[in-house]
Design a protein around this ligand. Structure first.
Ligand code: IFM
Length: 450
């Protein structure tokens, strides 16, 4: 990788912080959802998580040992504004001030994300993201955090994976707030985008990006081309086009005609949403292979019930996601070819495996994806950084603690942190400036230095 390439790792507030009732933090939709029986595997919640709220100094020291250049974390809105609007709790902001100072002390650049899914519960009680007002409240909150940290933070991310917030939160109900209302999900997607655009405006002068979970979508065969177009529209283009081209894709609007009339979109919204981005964050984990299905199946892809995901026959991680590093390269090339140029950062990439601490499968996954990044850069993609997901094992949403994505193992009973082999390997890659050459893949699960 080139000099200046940003090497980082990522986490998010609800997944690691714990301390959900401390220092004035208000409840978020994830507190409510996790406390609802049957919503999260094993009844797990983020109440304690990795106790990062109390152990952040130890965690920053770990990051420094790994040689990270940057740390991507998220700010918990309900710590800053317990009611989601109005009064600001300085104790919440102080936590992030301390975290940022600890990072800077170690020469690690803080990369905060303003929203990684923990919406203050009072805002959901008022209607949540399907309501336009939530976007306005988000911009107010962004301004508050920006003012508090602007002297110490350069790169800001507004949203993490608005697809999940909108379509898992409001269509399938697999994520908080657990609603199953397809039309509301489409409105939520728009208001998340609007919130992003308004936040960019509210943080004038800052370097701001947004993170999307994007992927490759391929048809199983020629008869499935329309199915692939539809899923690509609802997964990728419904966010990319408004942000980078200032319009919704016409085919997606058409596909959604029976679901919503788009009358929630006001005339100036798309101009606000498409304010120039300083970078686009790309989260990539797995490819998608899709087919037309004869039987209608409700899914996150509202408006396209006759589509199904099919098995691509590739190896899978423990969470069941197929592995395809080439997909990351193809995705990056597509962004280069089809959208206006914008600096890119991989803001998440990683794998869940239960083989810690000797996690050769995770090393293989990361190495293959880093090679894909290097290939993309060689082909002219303006990729400027890579953040491994995740620094620590953490609360994996509706899967609870059973799925482990960390470079660092967390023993939840004692909160003891132990570096996995992948953490040592990643530190070595960073120290070599991204040089993977001396590492040889033996098989799917083994990786050796030659
Ligand atoms: O853990 C999540 C993260 O919060 C958002 N992106 C995907 C990760 C793995 O599921």
């Amino acid at each position: 990788m080139r000099p200046g390439f940003v090497w980082g790792a990522a986490t998010s507030s609800y997944q690691i912080e714990g301390a959900v009732a401390e220092d004035g933090r208000g409840p978020s939709i994830w507190d409510t959802f996790a406390a609802t029986p049957g919503k999260v595997d094993n009844g797990d919640t983020g109440e304690v998580a990795a106790d990062h709220y109390h152990r952040y100094r130890e965690d920053v020291a770990l990051m420094a040992d790994l040689g990270l250049g940057a740390y991507r974390f998220s700010v918990a809105w309900p710590r800053v504004q317990p009611l989601g609007s109005g009064a600001v709790d300085q104790r919440g902001l102080d936590f992030y001030r301390r975290l940022v100072d600890a990072l800077l002390d170690k020469g690690i650049e803080p990369w905060p994300t303003l929203y990684h899914w923990d919406l203050p519960q009072p805002l959901e009680d008022a209607g949540g993201w399907p309501e336009r007002d939530t976007a306005l409240r988000f911009a107010d909150y962004a301004a508050v955090v920006h003012e508090a940290l602007a002297d110490r933070v350069t790169h800001w991310t507004t949203l993490n994976e608005p697809w999940c917030s909108a379509f898992l939160g409001y269509a399938t109900g697999r994520h908080a707030p657990g609603r199953r209302e397809p039309a509301a999900a489409v409105r939520a997607a728009h208001h998340l985008l609007l919130g992003h655009g308004l936040a960019v405006r509210a943080m004038a002068g800052a370097r701001v990006g947004v993170t999307l979970n994007l992927t490759t979508v391929s048809p199983r065969g020629p008869a499935d081309a329309d199915a692939a177009r539809r899923i690509d529209g609802m997964q990728n283009r419904i966010f990319l086009d408004p942000l980078l081209r200032g319009s919704y894709p016409a085919d997606v609007v058409d596909d959604l005609r029976g679901t919503t009339s788009f009358d929630h979109v006001r005339p100036d919204d798309l101009a606000t949403i498409s304010a120039p981005l300083d970078f686009l964050g790309v989260n990539y984990y797995s490819p998608m292979l899709v087919a037309r299905s004869a039987v209608p199946t409700p899914s996150a892809y509202v408006g396209s019930p006759h589509v199904e995901m099919v098995d691509g026959g590739r190896a899978r991680t423990s969470i069941g996601w197929e592995i395809d590093a080439g997909g990351l390269r193809d995705l990056l090339l597509r962004l280069r070819d089809e959208y206006p140029a914008v600096p890119l950062h991989i803001t998440e990439n990683g794998a869940a495996f239960d083989d810690s601490p000797h996690d050769t499968a995770r090393i293989a996954y990361l190495a293959d994806h880093l090679r894909a990044c290097a290939e993309a850069i060689d082909l002219g993609v303006p990729l400027r950084g890579y953040f491994a997901w995740s620094l620590l094992d953490n609360f994996e949403w509706s899967y609870g603690y059973a799925q482990r994505f960390g470079l660092v193992h967390v023993d939840y009973a004692t909160q003891r942190r132990t570096l996995k082999d992948s953490a040592r390997w990643y530190a070595d890659v960073i120290a070599r400036g991204g040089e993977l050459g001396s590492l040889q893949r033996v098989d799917d699960h083994t990786w050796e230095r030659s």
